[in-house]
Write a protein that binds this ligand. Sequence first.
Ligand code: SF4
Ligand code: SF4
Length: 283
Amino acid sequence: MIITIASGKGGTGKTTIATNFALSIPDAQYIDCDVEEPNGNLFLNAEIVERLAVGTPLPQVDLEQCTFCGDCAKACEFNALAVLKKKVLVFPELCHGCGVCRYICPAKAISEGEKRIGIVETGIVHQIQGDDVAFAQGVLNVGEPMSPPLIKRVKQCALAGKTVILDAPPGTSCPVIQTLNGSDFCLLVTEPTPFGLNDLELAVGVVRLLEIPFGVIINRCDSGDQSVVSYCRAEGIPILMELPLNRDLAFAYSKGIPFVAEYPEAREQFRHLLWAIHKELKP
Ligand code: SF4
Ligand code: SF4
């Protein structure tokens, strides 16, 4: 089963919940899909056993064969090519690697090169209490704007038979949709504030569009107001977990310590969460 932990915005505690959830349940795998800023491993301290460079296709133009007809630049809907008198410029940061230019080039002057966009790291989180957790993360190159291909690649590390926890990037744009695609369930983490509600509504719109079953976790549930609870009730959205604001937990977080390591009794709450998800998925 694949469970995505998402939130309409950053700073809601999504990674804290995703990492502690993975540490608490049997046979878990944690995959950090927040490839622009993967920080789950700050809490998990996985032993990395394999690193794999990931690239996307990038056109290479053979100027000996090129007739400078300009067809490739006209065909590129991302404006990633410019044909000059004696040169063809390729802008890697705009190229989506779609291959259209290669396909239409009448002189067969374009071949497929590669642009490195980041790495995928896999490993294992060793635990004294509880099962070891399989681990994977994508790390996007600094300044690289195309994260979805790397997210797609890191998701391929999902192991059959595990409960896979995908830690999504914040927001509701393409990287989140790439992460959510193919998930069995989504947990939306929010805070009980008007801002939290606004971002939750956007995230609910996305998961409903993708037709993925979902539930809500309210973090810092004893702060803020009742707006999120009222919204969930009105919309028939299950609230599957509520976590209070706790100074000890915040202190553990600031030290990069998963709170289930400090408070083992919290593991039970996450096991109950998994049970609640299974219950939601029952026909
Ligand atoms: S379509 Fe081919 S031949 Fe024409 S400008 Fe582009 S690379 Fe050169
Ligand atoms: S591969 Fe696609 S996006 Fe990249 S330059 Fe060619 S047509 Fe444009």
